[in-house]
Write a protein that binds this ligand. Structure first.
Ligand code: ADP
Ligand code: MG
Length: 580
């Protein structure tokens, strides 16, 4: 077949197909036009999932009579004058092709009137041809009706799904804008039934809960971070939720709902390693000066690109990290938090290399009254229980710790109960403490250095990484063929001989370690050196462990991504007990 120029109709239909895919895409474009026109109220009406009728009515600025015909022309827009403007787009629309595309593939009616004109206009177009134009009088605003979508594109029409499916997609599209614009009233009706109705609200969180009522069940952390080039606001689920968290992950960039991989990655990594069953929920809004953002990389504008991806990543990552950390600290409200040196001091400061439970004499000086509603796992030393401290308030005496099966620590906080996995928590603490002091991790010198037998491969690996290990507090030397002698350990780590054997085995089996990855080494040391399940802890040890955990940057997860803390709020418990 020889090359021919396509007819105007064919070309227009093909182009229309890029923007207008299904009822939801029509609604998206029309709602964006209403928002661009400064509407305070947007009403959407559907019949047959939008296949028969889609109508979007607004109270925006309207279109002047002499411009209505222009509005449906391809590349006709009031929002962009030159290509320079493309670098500073502040409106939803700018390509001027939505109405023109719709006009090709349905019967399109525009009824509009501006604030300052006596008359409005009504324009009817079918398959690109103007069928009728007349003057009308109506309230200021615009109503666009799309009837019989794709009547002249049977293949496209056949591709549409059933009414309820298409309706759901429309709802999804509108909810995005409802989430973003809390001060605008939205209403969606289908075959005269009201599906969604959102009242204006000045408070963003109110609108979020209106649109996503399932989030009323979870606790959210608010995030707010500002910089000249970028601001981030929004909400993310608190990482220690118990139970199901629905999967809602929304990012908006300069007012557009977008999929942005860099942002997604930064959120996920800022959130911390995930255990399998917690899907982080978030609704986040990024705003940058328009010239920093390219919004014109996708016809449906679902993708954008920020000028400096590295900055974007770091900014989002830090914002999420900080918010979660701040929350973790405030979590200790009602918790006997003492920032005095003694409670933050490693609680096993004189660790021996045997896995020997600390004796009462080994305990750091206690800074809280040990009164507790739970019975402590060991008798409280006399000098501690006679401590002359006063009780600050009545609730104070209620706080205490309880060790469940020598594995989990239970503690009361003001909003309920936290359960800490002692091994995972200690692992997190050791890991962060090692990484914080890369050059000189505090160490304990072993009174009796430990000799560990290695395979020849393991000892080769050891030779390669021994300098790094020394900086992490684990000083060891080769000692005879296939033997190392361990002289120091990171302070507060607890290693028995078999733990050390495992440690060197894992170093040898981990590619990253052989490549000199210190994070990984620290993670492995933390894993083997952390107290184990089954290890009995005293009250002050438990207190210190929890205080130090919440001083960590990522307190909610161990370096492997397993949770360290689970919280049950009073509300959770009340619900479980059917109190409401
Ligand atoms: P774009 O939004 O990219 O400019 P459209 O084809 O969606 O292109 O709209 C073309 C023009 O029609 C807009 O630039 C605007 O001037 C006008 N317009 C469309 N819808 C409305 C509306 N609801 N209220 C006021 N003006 C509108
Ligand atoms: Mg538009």
């Amino acid at each position: 077949m020889s090359i021919r120029v396509l007819s105007r109709e064919t070309a227009a239909k093909i182009a229309a197909g890029e923007v207008i895919i299904r009822p939801a895409s029509v609604v998206k474009e029309l709602v964006e036009n209403s928002l661009d026109a400064g509407a305070k109220k947007v009403e959407i009406y559907l019949e047959q999932g939008g296949k028969k009728i889609i109508r979007v009515a607004d109270d925006g600025e309207g279109i002047p009579p002499d411009e209505v015909e222009l509005a449906v022309r391809r590349f006709a827009t009031s929002k962009l004058e030159s290509v320079q403007d493309l670098t500073r787009i502040a409106s939803y629309g700018f390509r001027g092709e939505a109405l023109a595309s719709m006009a090709e593939v349905c019967e399109l009616k525009i009824e509009t009137q501006t604030q300052d004109s006596e008359v409005g206009s009504s324009l009817l177009i079918k398959a690109g041809d103007i069928k009728e134009y007349r003057e009308i009088v109506r309230a200021p605003g615009t109503t666009v009706t799309v009837q019989d979508l794709f009547f002249n594109l049977p293949a496209r029409r056949a591709f549409l799904r059933n009414d309820s499916y298409e309706t759901r997609l429309v709802l999804g599209a509108v909810r995005n804008y409802a989430l973003l614009e809390p001060e605008i009233r939205f209403e969606i009706r289908s075959n005269r039934k009201i599906l969604d109705s959102y009242r204006p609200s000045k408070e963003w969180i109110k609108r979020i809960l209106d649109v996503l009522p399932q989030l009323k069940k979870v606790e959210l952390i608010s995030i707010s971070q500002k910089h000249q080039l970028l601001t981030l606001d929004g909400f993310i689920v608190r990482p220690d939720q118990s139970g199901e968290v629905s999967k809602v992950q929304k990012t908006f960039f300069n007012g557009r709902p977008v999929l942005y991989r860099t942002v997604y990655r930064a959120i996920m990594e800022g959130f911390g390693p995930q255990s399998n069953n917690l899907v982080p929920f978030f609704v986040l809004k990024l705003v940058s000066p328009p010239e920093m953002l390219d919004s014109n990389i996708h016809p449906a504008k679902t993708e954008v690109r920020f000028r400096d991806e590295r900055f974007l990543y770091d900014f989002v990552f830090q914002a999420v990290r900080k918010a979660i950390h701040r929350e973790a600290v405030s979590n200790l409200e009602g918790f006997p938090m003492h920032t005095s040196a003694s409670s933050l001091r490693p609680y096993l400061s004189r660790t021996t290399h045997q896995n020997m439970p600390a004796t009462p004499q080994d305990l750091p000086q206690l800074t809280m009254p040990p009164t507790t509603v739970f019975s402590p796992s060991r008798p409280v030393p006399a000098e501690i229980s006679n401590s002359p401290m006063e009780l600050p308030d009545s609730s104070y005496s209620q706080t205490g710790f309880w060790q469940l099966q020598n594995t989990y620590i239970l503690a009361q906080v003001s909003s309920g109960l936290i359960i800490v996995d002692q091994h995972a928590a200690h692992e997190r603490i050791l890991y962060e403490e090692m990484l914080e002091q890369l050059e000189g991790v505090p160490r304990q010198r072993l009174l009796f250095p430990l000799i560990v037998e290695l395979t020849s491969e393991e000892s080769a690996t050891f030779e390669e990484i021994s300098d790094y290990l020394g900086k992490l507090g684990l000083e060891a030397k080769s000692f005879g063929p296939n033997q190392v002698i361990v002289e120091t350990l990171p302070a507060d780590a607890k290693f028995g001989q078999s733990d050390l054997k495992e440690l060197f085995r894992e170093f040898n089996q981990t590619d990253e370690v052989r490549l000199g990855n210190r994070d990984k080494m620290a993670a492995i040391i933390a894993c083997h050196g952390a107290i184990k399940a089954g290890h009995i802890l005293s009250q002050p040890e438990m207190e210190s462990l929890i205080n130090r955990l919440f001083c960590c940057k990522t307190p909610y997860f161990c370096p492997h991504g397993r949770p360290t803390v689970i919280k049950f709020t009073m509300t959770d418990l009340d619900k479980r007990f059917g109190r409401f």
